[in-house]
Structures are given as C-alpha cells and as structure tokens.
Design a protein around this ligand. Sequence first.
Ligand code: FMN
Length: 207
Amino acid sequence: MTPGAAILETNVHGKAQPLGGYEVLLCVTGGIASYKSAELASRLIQDGSAVTVAMTDAARRFVCPLTFQSISRRRVYTSLWRAGEDYSCRHISLTELADLMIIAPATANIIGKMAAGIADDLVSTLVLSAAGACPILIGPAMNTRMWNAQAVRANVEKLTAWGITVVGPDEGYLACGAVGPGRMAEPAEIFQTATELLLRNPPKRQP
Ligand SMILES: Cc1cc2nc3c(=O)[nH]c(=O)nc-3n(C[C@H](O)[C@H](O)[C@H](O)COP(=O)(O)O)c2cc1C
C-alpha cells in the first residue's frame, strides 16, 4: 500500500479525501495561465489537502489574491517583508510545513531564477528553502519562442536533473494567438502528478 493512502477520510458531503492531512504550498507566478491555478487549488482541497498560496508581484497583476484566499480559506502570502502575526520567517516555515511545493504557472523568469539559485522575492526564496524540506513540481507556461529559447531549455534540463518534477507544457493555442508548445498543462494533469508525489510519503503533520 502507498504510505500516504492509509487514511481515506471523507468530507461532510461523503466525498473521499485521499489527500487528507497533506499540506501543499502552491506558488503562482506571472503568466496568463495563473487563472488555471485556482482550479488546481480547488481540486487539491476537494481531495482533502490543505493549500497555502504564495504569489509573485507579477502573478497579482493577473489574478487577485482574494481568489486564492477564498478557495484555500487561508491567508495568501505575497511578500517576504510582511511579518506574520507569529513573527515566524515565512520564507522558511512555509516549506517546512509543506509536503509538496507546486509552482504553476512557472514563468521563464522563475525557472531561470531557480536554475541560478536566485532568491530575490518570496517565491524564489521559498524554492531554495524547499531543499531538503519538500519536493517541487513545476508547470511551465509561456510563449512557444520563449519555451524554445536556449536559456529556458538549459534551465529546465538543469531543474529536471536536480529532481524537480516538470509537468507540461502542453502544445496548443496560446493566449498570444500562437499555436505550439507552451500552454500550461491542464490542472487535472498537474493535480494527478501532485497526488502521486504526495502519496509517496505520509503527511509530515500527523493527526
Ligand atoms: C500579458 C503578459 C503575459 C505574460 N505571460 C507570460 C507567460 O505566460 N509566461 C512567462 O514566462 N512570462 C509571461 N509574461 C512575462 C512575465 O510576467 C514576466 O517575465 C515577469 O517578470 C514574471 O515574474 P515572476 O516570475 O516573478 O512572476 C507575461 C507578461 C505579460 C505582460
């Protein structure tokens, strides 16, 4: 039996909660596909996972934090510099609590920062603090020419070699009107891979 599949709770509606007890840290970066991450958050929550959302400044230009706050029923983190009420260092504590960090959509920018070890905002700092704390899954999304750029290809190869799970991108119609690779993988596909990664281990937080 998969370790995390031992407890199959149900919610008040009788729906199975295979992800009960798990904590997902969902980081949203600045691409058009960021609206799709609201559906991903909802899928995770419907299956019992708790979801905490962190957003970059660019992501907030596309989707309002209130959307994720309403879905996750939790505060949304948008800055390194706002102290929590408990004064803990969120850039470290959020990954300590998380069973999985998902970055979706993952922009060319965050992929580049991850490959270079740059930590100049909350999401990129969380990436570094995930080392040894939780696995990372990314769902890249960008224009086809950006996806094909040598720098992006090399960065994605690097992340894959480091054990980061990359889901997508899909091929198809892009918001810029082009057709080709670069569409963020569907939330259902990212959800499926996230579930597999989560269920490899029991939740960190035991009931
Ligand atoms: C309308 C618009 C759409 C964009 N879509 C994408 C995208 O899908 N993927 C991407 O990598 N960058 C996209 N960008 C560029 C990023 O928003 C930009 O590189 C930004 O610095 C990313 O910051 P972040 O990685 O901190 O969120 C877009 C920019 C604009 C203005």
